[in-house]
Design a protein around this ligand. Structure first.
Ligand code: ME8
Length: 653
């Protein structure tokens, strides 16, 4: 079986997962599912990038060790992908000792080939980007984010690879995609390449060099190697064989800001080490929110899980890949997300599904009819063209165009049903009407069958339900897409009752729900990164049973004057009070306020007491009532008192 190896970037642990990370990861997951349907052994790798100064600093701020910090955030990424149903095969952490082995192996190969040397280096270093930067670049940054570094470094002779790289881009025009990124990369290399510093002696949190452990690897040499270490490079035995089978990668899926590292540095490292190059680097565009690239440092981020809780993971997947043109920047909007969900999933695919299956049950007892003879609907032709178009678009990562083509088939079927008026045909008993009804139902069901297969990579949870309802029993995930053709629905097959797939949503309400969940996610993020969110107190809920006013007046509360107060002889927590409420005799009352109120200071105070409480003995002293006090979560009693000098014996209510 042909293999297909796809990778996402390994994400920095200086931020918890947000929708930007989900964008690349969900798209890659869709590619994996699509390639599997093409009959390939598709493997997806993701992971976390855990070394570097930023991580050390973030951990320090959180009061954690770097390892504790990265363990926490890396786990959050893994949890994120699990909850979003990402079908990844390997999750590589750069702090995994097996990864260090791989970094050592590629480094030593580069060194043996003569591409590594040691020299003194001094320059401005961006803490945010973890790289040396030019003076102009430094001037544009926050001064806190730029440090001056002078040290002995190991260098990689990137300058030796300019021509080889240009030759690579020329001979393999699709090595970097899309075209705009390819041009950008070529222009960068044509300017001339400087050697690259690949180690730091000023840093501790990294992988030590094999032959000079006072230095640790500079982030890109370390990070990029995960694409190979995840599948066994640096190891032996079966894992090594896995690498031999899967490498080179078929595509590295990344965001456009890291194209230079992937399309210039990475192939140069691999060329130096004498290893095969990835076949393609695909650098997609940015999700823009509130007018800027979504990023943690700008604080304009949105998370995926709150969205998935409201529109479902599929609502999110569909929106990201349909609304935003892959390869270009795209604006994120809550409203557009829900509107897209409603129009294409609830009203589009969902409605066609429920209509068609309902009619099949009602008019044909849930049995798929014969395909029409001499069909002039145009649907078989459109169906075949759609299969070709969607497949071709998905192969080129043109998800939105692929989905657009598929939905154009669905809307043609909708129109076709309207013109055929099956509900009328069902009432006419003549053979011609019945044949037309069968044709209508067949065509609608067949279009849905195609849609289930073609949309599966994007909608992997709901399409199997459509598939099953159409009486199909084989596993949709491995359906041989190349064999998909119009007319494959077998007559006589049993169809099921439709189940609701994509319930319609109220735009305003859903947006509010997502935004509220986003607030909660923010707190979760703070906890993951070691900074507990400020405790916001949950609103008080009064859930005692309702009473009538008469019930209330059963409790007789009076103003009393404390005449005497002393410690209860047999109970540490109790005071024994004598209280005048205007009766012939003052009352003897025990109150659990010892240690909080000084008895001497209580004498002469007016308090509120429950006067008709049945007397009871408390540790040997009869208590003829109860003092009213408030008590909160702190269990501290607060005696009730009066703003004005209330008369003794006055009733409360
Ligand atoms: O760069 N729009 O990690 P990172 C679209 N560790 N995609 C976005 C995005 C946005 N607003 N924000 C993030 C790193 N992404 C390195 C990579 S690889 C060997 C090392 C996605 O956590 C996009 O894929 O900053 C981008 O390239 C990646 O997350 C950056 O993740």
């Amino acid at each position: 079986m042909k293999k297909y190896y796809i990778t996402t970037p390994i994400y920095y642990v200086n931020a918890t997962p947000h929708i930007g990370h989900a964008y690349t990861t969900l798209a890659s997951d869709s590619v994996k599912r699509f390639r599997r349907m093409l009959g390939e052994d598709a493997v997806l790798t993701t992971g976390t990038d855990e070394h570097g100064q930023k991580v050390e600093q973030s951990a320090q701020k959180a009061g954690w060790t770097p390892q504790e910090f990265t363990d926490s955030v890396s786990a959050a990424f893994r949890r994120e992908w699990d909850e979003l149903g990402v079908d990844y095969d390997h999750f590589r952490r750069t702090t995994d000792p097996l990864h260090a082995q791989a970094v050592h192996e590629i480094f030593l190969r580069c060194k043996e080939a003569g591409y590594i040397y040691k020299a003194s280096y001094s320059g401005k270093y961006s803490v945010t980007d973890e790289m040396f930067i030019t003076d102009e670049e430094a001037a544009a940054l926050d001064p806190d984010k730029v440090i001056e570094v002078t040290e002995e470094n190991y260098f990689f002779k990137l300058s030796a690879f300019g021509d080889k790289l240009l030759e690579l881009y020329r001979s393999q025009p699709d090595f970097v995609q899309p075209e705009a990124r390819r041009n950008e990369v070529i222009a960068f290399v044509e300017q001339g390449l400087k050697d690259l510093s690949i180690s730091r002696s000023s840093l501790k949190w990294g992988i030590p060099l094999p032959d000079d452990p006072a230095h640790v690897f500079y982030v890109w040499f370390d990070a990029l190697t995960t694409y190979m270490s995840a599948i066994g490079y640096g190891e032996t035995g079966e894992r090594r064989q896995l690498w031999e089978k899967l490498w080179p990668a078929d595509v590295h899926m990344i965001g456009k800001e890291i194209v230079r590292f992937h399309a210039v540095y990475w192939p140069a490292f691999l060329m130096a080490a004498g290893l095969p190059l990835p076949k393609k680097i695909y650098a997609h565009g940015w999700l823009v929110f509130q007018g800027d690239k979504m990023s943690k440092s700008k604080g304009n981020i949105v998370r995926a899980r709150p969205i998935a809780k409201v529109v479902g993971v599929e609502g999110l997947r569909y929106y990201l890949l349909r609304e935003i043109v892959f390869g270009q920047d795209g604006n994120f909007s809550w409203e557009a997300l829900v509107e897209r969900y409603n129009s294409d999933l609830a009203n589009g695919l969902g409605n066609l599904f429920s209509r068609t299956l309902t009619m099949l049950n009602k008019y044909r007892d849930g049995v798929a009819p014969e395909p029409p003879a001499g069909d002039d609907s145009g649907l078989p032709e459109k169906g075949s063209a759609t299969i070709a178009a969607v497949t071709a678009h998905f192969e080129k990562f043109e998800f939105s165009r692929g989905l657009e083509a598929l939905w154009s088939l669905l809307s043609a079927v909708d129109k076709y049903i309207v013109t055929q008026q099956p509900w009328k045909l069902a009432n006419a008993q003549d053979a011609d009407s019945q044949a037309r009804l069968s044709a209508t139902l067949y065509n609608a069901a067949e279009a849905l069958r195609l849609a289930a297969v073609l949309a599966y990579p994007i909608l992997p949870d709901s399409t199997p339900k459509i598939w099953k309802a159409l009486g199909q029993s084989d596993d949709l995930a491995t359906y041989p897409l190349r064999e998909l053709a119009w007319g494959g629905l077998a007559a006589g097959g049993r169809t099921l009752e439709p189940e609701p797939l994509y319930p319609r949503l109220d735009v305003e309400k859903s947006v509010k729900e997502m935004q509220a969940l986003e607030e909660e996610a923010l707190k979760e993020q703070a906890a993951t990164m070691g900074k507990p969110a400020e405790e916001s107190k949950p609103a008080l809920v009064v859930d005692t049973p309702e009473i009538q006013i008469d019930d209330f007046f059963k409790v007789d509360m009076r103003v009393g004057l404390v005449l005497e107060a002393r410690q209860h002889p047999n109970a540490d927590k109790l005071l024994h009070l004598t209280i005048d409420i205007g009766e012939a005799q003052p009352r003897s009352i025990c109150a659990g306020v010892a240690g909080v109120y000084d008895p001497a200071k209580l004498v002469g105070r007016k308090v509120a007491i429950v006067a008709n409480l049945k007397p009871r003995k408390m540790r040997g002293i009869e208590s003829q009532g109860m003092i009213i006090a408030a008590s909160g979560d702190d269990h501290h009693p607060y005696l009730v008192s009066f703003l004005e000098d209330a008369p003794i014996g006055a009733r409360l209510g």
